[in-house]
Design a protein around this ligand. Sequence first.
Ligand SMILES: [Zn+2]
Length: 153
Amino acid sequence: MSYVCPNCGETLESGLSFCTKCGAAVDPMGAQSQPSKQDLAVLQELSRRIEFESKLWVIIGVLQCISLVGIIAGTYNFITASKNKKYADDILKRPVGIYNAFDSLNSWIITLLLNVFLGSIVGIIGSVYNYMSVRDYVKKNKDAFDRLERYYK
Ligand SMILES: [Zn+2]
């Protein structure tokens, strides 16, 4: 059975006392009891990006409500912002189901369409940020989120 180096995230064969990649002392018995620093750093970065996105949605919502025509999209974006803020904290405590949450584009499409039709051009910025900086980050780090999920499930 293989396990992951808690220092660098390298997958190691069982029975080793030191990581073959970074040289850190590893305990084959205890190695699986905690996630690697590298994976935790990926998780923290995602949380930071989602929290930034929540601030972005607040700013967008304010701009839309000022223009009055965008008040529906603006209100929707305030709700998105508050959900994102909570989600950014929740995943740090329990990083489970992250990849699946970002795999489907359904909610992303709803947010984009609502902003395009009811929220003026400014509403598109939040959707673009989500796609390029949050969703893309999750997709690129699928392995790290899969490993983290195994510890917290
Ligand atoms: Zn290592």
